[in-house]
Design a binder for this molecule. Structure first.
Ligand SMILES: Nc1ncnc2c1ncn2[C@@H]1O[C@H](COP(=O)(O)OP(=O)(O)OP(=O)(O)O)[C@@H](O)[C@H]1O
Length: 312
């Protein structure tokens, strides 16, 4: 991992507090993002992800706290700092009659130089037609245009609010490849998501946000090992009791329910923990079906890290 620019963290947020009327959107949020890393924020709707991003970019006024981006206090951010940042807002409104290509040319006048061929390369990878007028683009294609806009000038810091929303799975993978290339080039990426799996793939560290507070900051490996998955296993030639005795000793196995089927047994369970002992435990079975569901954010991470809401 190489990092560009001077030393010190790419982002330092210190005790950010933001109220909207009587709602506290950020309740003392602090975190540090090392340069050249990918840092994810996950949390349910209304947790405060967008508010953090807007606060970092000085698009809203905080009640207290402050942030530095690339060593500069965000409140003093001038055009020079802005050029070093690529921002994808959560709610991208693109309604103009201009083509994507013209719009990007306009953004490039603000963001600073874009290498020749870079825009076409990004658009090609994302399958985006730059010659269509932006208001005729679907939600997903508008999102792609926003991604091109954020990445095209190869900024030192990318701030991406729910970047994969509206993208199909293939394009989500392409986006993740862009993130990993950015990190390899020493850029720093700060992104938010509802989708735990994509944060796991992309990020070095993850902050889990709820009710305007960071519950924990974890490395992705530890998050992967604690994520909850729903599983269903069906196998031939063994009884429900035999299947039960094979699965019940596994660490992290919960809500295990084994039933007899016409040809063997079926088990459903909620499993939290490293997946490989589970795979080993079933490897010698004559499987007829296996479902391991992707962990849902609400259910897995928040269940694990949940704590009572602070009383005010
Ligand atoms: N402009 C605003 N006026 C009033 N309340 C707001 C405003 N913006 C955000 N909030 C409130 O602040 C809290 C945090 O909202 P925020 O949009 O940051 O959450 P989020 O984690 O980005 O959610 P989502 O995933 O739905 O985008 C919510 O309770 C939200 O209703």
């Amino acid at each position: 991992m190489t990092s560009r620019g001077s030393s010190g963290p790419a982002i330092e947020a210190i005790d950010l507090v933001k109220w909207f009327g009587k709602t506290v959107a950020l309740d003392g949020v602090s975190f540090t993002v090392p340069r050249g890393s990918v840092f994810g924020v996950i949390g349910p709707n209304g947790a405060g992800k967008t508010t953090i991003m807007r606060a970092l970019l000085d698009l809203i006024r905080l009640a207290s706290g402050h942030a530095t981006l690339l060593g500069t206090d965000s409140r003093n951010a001038g055009p020079e700092l802005r050029r070093r940042i690529g921002f994808l807002p959560g709610e991208l409104i693109l309604e103009g009659r201009v083509t994507g290509r013209r719009l990007l040319r306009h953004y490039a006048n603000i963001s600073g130089p874009v290498h020749s061929g870079r825009v076409d390369d990004l658009a090609g990878r994302l399958g985006l037609d730059l010659d269509r007028t932006v208001r005729t683009l679907s939600k997903g294609n508008k999102q792609k245009l926003g991604i091109v806009q954020a990445f095209m000038h190869q900024p030192d810091l990318l701030v991406l609010d729910e970047p994969t929303s509206g993208l199909d799975p293939l394009m989500q993978q392409e986006f993740l490849a862009l993130v990993s290339e950015a990190r390899d080039a020493g850029q720093t990426v700060f992104l938010s998501s509802h989708v735990i799996s994509e944060i796991q793939q992309a990020a070095d560290e993850v902050a889990i946000l709820r009710d305007g507070r960071i519950i924990t900051v974890a490395g992705v490996e530890s998050l992967r090992d604690t994520a909850i998955r729903h599983i269903r296993v069906s196998a031939n030639g063994l009884s429900a009791a035999e299947l039960n005795s094979r699965l019940v000793p596994l660490i992290g196995m919960g809500e295990l329910d084994c039933r007899a089927t016409a040809t063997g047994a079926e088990a459903t369970a909620v499993f939290s923990g490293a997946i490989s002992p589970f795979v080993q435990a079933i490897s010698t079975l004559s499987l007829t079906d296996l479902v391991v569901e992707e962990p849902e954010l609400e259910e897995s991470v928040l269940r694990l890290y949940s704590q009572p809401k602070a009383r005010r």
